[in-house]
Ligand binder design. Structure first.
Ligand code: O7E
Length: 210
């Protein structure tokens, strides 16, 4: 089973397509964030699907009023995104507006040190929100495997846990998968390496060995 998600945080269309194509064999999905959408336009989502045949996750971390979330999500799903990532702290209506249009992933905790300031104190409530709405998955920090284990223990079975923070931010794929993550999200350790295909293959092997 493939459990690796590529965080394709480059600006340039050509480079993005090249990296996605050469790593696709080892990926479950490709995640696009604002850098690539700003650099290459929304059409990159359609192109990535065509080139890789993989699901595309639009990591927009939507955090707006329901109507604006809906307006954005409609265009992004129309462009071919399979999943959209949203913040839950705006309240259930904001998340629901996206879930009515397609598969959604809710952030319950983030991977950077600053996540301890505002997000971590709200994690329990965000887990409750996820358990109520039953999205495809939630985002949890690969940099804190003990928090992933905690989130897994509180989260309804069936809701997937996707974890960014492996590699450049210090997280280890093996540790976080053992803690209960379903997928790991990796950016710089793949796209900024000299040989992205080899980097993805090595991660894929590490994951397969768990
Ligand atoms: O550190 P890297 O280069 O491996 O990239 C990690 C990617 O995951 C990058 O796109 C970043 O924006 C994203 N991310 C985190 O690093 N930490 C988080 O807490 C959340 C995300 C993320 O994927 O957001 C989903 C909401």
């Amino acid at each position: 089973m493939k459990r690796l998600i590529l965080a394709l945080d480059v600006y340039e269309r050509e480079r993005a397509l090249e990296i996605a194509e050469c790593t696709a064999d080892y990926l479950w999905a490709v995640k696009v964030n604002w850098p690539l959408i700003i650099g290459s336009g929304l059409g990159i989502i359609t192109e990535l699907r065509q080139v890789t045949g993989l699901p595309v996750i639009a990591d927009l971390k939507l955090a707006d009023i329901p109507n604006t979330n809906r307006l954005i999500a409609r265009k992004v799903f129309d462009a071919g995104a399979d999943y959209i990532i949203a913040h839950g702290f705006v309240g259930r209506e904001g998340v629901n507006a996206i879930m009515e249009l397609g598969e959604t992933i809710i952030v319950v905790e983030m991977s950077h040190p600053g996540a301890e300031e505002f997000i971590q104190p709200a994690t329990d409530k965000l887990i409750e929100l996820a358990n109520e709405l039953e999205p495809f998955g939630v985002i949890a920090p690969a940099t804190r495997p003990e928090r992933v284990a905690y989130i897994r223990s509180k989260l309804k079975p069936g809701i997937k846990i996707l974890t960014p923070g492996v590699g450049a931010q210090g997280g280890k794929a093996g540790e976080v998968l053992k803690a209960g993550a379903d997928y790991v999200i990796v950016g710089r350790s793949i796209y900024a390496s000299e040989n992205p295909r080899e980097a993805a293959r090595n991660l894929h092997r590490e994951i397969a060995g768990v």
